[in-house]
Design a binder for this molecule. Structure first.
Ligand code: ADP
Ligand code: MG
Length: 588
């Protein structure tokens, strides 16, 4: 079950009855169309002979019937096929999202051409939105038309055959040529184009999202011109592809039309001698010709059907790529154990992101009893955030052990793990909504009083009250209407609200000025009470708060102890301390 086509069909399996019904209704629509034209032809030919009106009445009823039936069947077919497809699309979105979520944040890499590629947010957005939309075409425009064309082909073959074998043969020869031959040719010509169109469009959209997100930097570095040019180039490429695609479909349309008319003419030319010889009634002549024209209605949609096939398959391939990616971390199949307490123990931990890469952490060990505070310091790139992310189980480690409350970290369901931890990172992501909602995501069922209490403890309350709309103030996209310090205090208020026994702080004050840092640190000190805390920092402030300090360097613990003992030993920690003091003095 590896080809995308088969997998796409499998996905449609739950709605197969609806799809079949849609194809049946589609066939009935075309049959009504053929009925309408042939009975009309019959009626007009008959009428030319001036028969009694009663002789025409059946044909008149037929024309009326087919005219009304055609419209009704078309309406029902649209209703059924769209209903089925939209239901399928909704399922596909859920299917895709559930596959995507466990991949975050570790596996933003996908396999392509045997290499790993990093996914950009624009690309991901495209997969989640447009690629799934493209599949809509697959089910409506690609899957149904061949079925309909088949039904019409068989029925009309029998119909024409009934007037003479030769008519059946003429019909089926032209019908096959235009329903199989031409689409196949168009597919060969357009396959590469439609595939490339999907990937170019994806690339263009990633670039656009990138430019919008990085607009401030682009302007600051005067790069907007270059970025615009690069997008322009991509646009040109896309235009060229679209042009080629248009040529192919134009050619296909022309050829199909040509064949349709050739069929009608051939029927006419072949049938005339039969009429002369009296082997065929003259009235039937028009029926054959118009019937042949009308039956090509089943062939016409095949043009776009085959053209969309390449794009649909490419979209499907891109979706399966994500769905098939293996999450970096697997949830255990058993329920989480009950932790004995809220202590954390790490023993001989070594970790690297990829087999081929060097170790980022080497032989890290520490024991953090319940309610105590561990600080991790070290130069940039020494592995501090990696250690924090391992505690959150964003990745799994290869060597050593990590336990929480005496139980290995891997034994916990991810959700249960997050229930016990609050995290404050360097940058707090705020959603584009009110402050209230941004706080409440920490605990949905919290009351207004609890929320205000948390904000008060985080020293956020007074600030919020100073805003025109208080807690109902919108924070703007990514919370950009708040300053860095205010965003961090929102994060701390969230942690207060979530009220977990364990705290994980990763350089929570790194982007703040000294005065704001003070206020945030005060809030952190209040939050820390009684909670098992791990705080990563590279600014050495409030270090007395720590029961133990680990100094990381190139992934190894090079020093450990309390603030006082580390200063005494005059090692790396002492040097960092001196440097920072010098800088502070300079700044003042
Ligand atoms: P710190 O937080 O101490 O500045 P990090 O833990 O972020 O350091 O990074 C430690 C090392 O791991 C760096 O060399 C960094 O390049 C590497 N690293 C961090 N994240 C990833 C990742 N997702 N994939 C591969 N390497 C990474
Ligand atoms: Mg870091």
């Amino acid at each position: 079950m590896s080809s995308p086509l088969r997998r796409l069909l499998q996905l449609a399996w739950p709605i197969r009855n609806w799809m079949l019904l849609a194809a049946l209704l589609g066939s009935l629509t075309i049959i009504s169309g053929i009925g309408l034209l042939t009975t009309s032809a019959y009626l007009i030919s008959m009428a030319a002979l001036h028969p009694d009106v009663s002789a025409l009445s059946i044909a008149i009823v037929g024309v009326r019937f087919f005219g009304i039936a055609r419209g009704s069947f078309r309406y029902l077919e649209r209703l059924v096929s769209h209903r089925a497809t939209f239901r399928l699309l909704a399922n596909l979105r859920v299917w895709f999202y559930s596959a995507l979520e466990p991949l975050m944040p570790a596996r933003l890499l996908v396999q392509k051409d045997g290499q790993q590629h990093e996914l950009r947010s624009g690309d991901l957005l495209r997969r989640a939105v447009s690629d799934i939309d493209t599949l809509q075409n697959f089910y409506i425009r690609v899957l149904a038309p061949p079925l309909v064309a088949l039904v019409i082909g068989v029925l009309m073959w029998i119909f024409f055959g009934a007037f003479g074998i030769v008519f059946g043969l003429i019909f089926i020869a032209f019908y096959l040529l235009s329903s199989v031959g031409i689409p196949w040719l168009a597919h060969l010509l357009g396959q590469r184009v439609s595939r490339e169109m999907v990937s170019t469009q994806a690339e263009l959209e990633s670039q656009l999202v990138d430019s919008v997100q990085g607009i401030a930097d682009l302007i600051a570095f005067g790069q907007q011109e270059r970025q615009a040019q690069s997008i322009e180039r991509m646009n040109k490429k896309l235009q060229k592809l679209q042009m080629t695609a248009a040529y192919v479909s134009g050619m296909q349309g022309t050829l199909t039309n040509l064949l349709m008319n050739l069929t009608a003419w051939t029927m006419l030319l072949v049938a005339i001698p039969y009429v002369y010889r009296g082997e065929l009634s003259g009235i039937i002549l028009a029926v054959l010709v118009l019937g042949a024209l009308a039956s090509f209605e089943g062939v016409l949609p095949l043009a776009s059907s085959f053209q969309q096939l390449g794009g649909s398959l490419e979209a499907a391939r891109r979706l399966f790529e994500i769905v098939d990616a293996r999450p970096a971390v697997q949830n255990p199949t058993t329920p989480s154990p009950t932790p004995q307490d809220h202590s954390i123990q790490v023993k001989d931990l070594s970790f690297r992101y990829e087999e081929s890469e060097p170790y980022v952490l080497r032989d890290v060990s520490f024991t953090l009893p319940r309610g105590k505070c561990l600080m991790i310091v070290g130069p940039s790139g020494s592995g501090k955030s990696t250690l924090a992310n391992l505690l959150l189980r964003f990745w799994d480690y290869q060597e050593g052990t990590m336990t929480l409350g005496g139980q290995p970290l891997q034994a916990y369901q991810q959700d249960d793990l997050y229930q016990q931890m609050s995290v404050v990172e360097q940058d707090t992501h705020l959603f584009n909504t009110t402050i209230r909602e941004n706080l409440m995501i920490a605990r949905k069922q919290a009351s207004e009083e609890e929320m205000i209490e948390a904000a008060r403890k985080a020293q956020l309350h007074d600030f919020v009250l100073s805003l025109p709309e208080g807690y109902d103030t919108a924070v703007g996209e990514q919370g950009l209407r708040l300053s860095g310090g205010e965003r961090q205090r929102v994060a701390i208020a969230r942690a207060f609200l979530k009220n977990t026994p364990i705290l994980l702080l990763d350089e929570p004050t790194v982007n703040l000025d000294a005065i704001t840092e003070r206020a945030v640190l005060d809030a952190i000190k209040a939050l820390r009470q009684q909670r098992t805390t791990i705080m990563v920092t590279h600014r050495l402030a409030e270090m007395e708060m720590a029961d133990e300090i680990l100094v990381l360097h190139h992934g190894r613990i090079v020093e450990r102890g309390t603030h006082a003992s580390l200063l005494q030993s005059e090692g790396l920690y002492w040097r960092m301390w001196q440097q920072q003091r010098a800088r502070t003095v300079e700044a003042v």
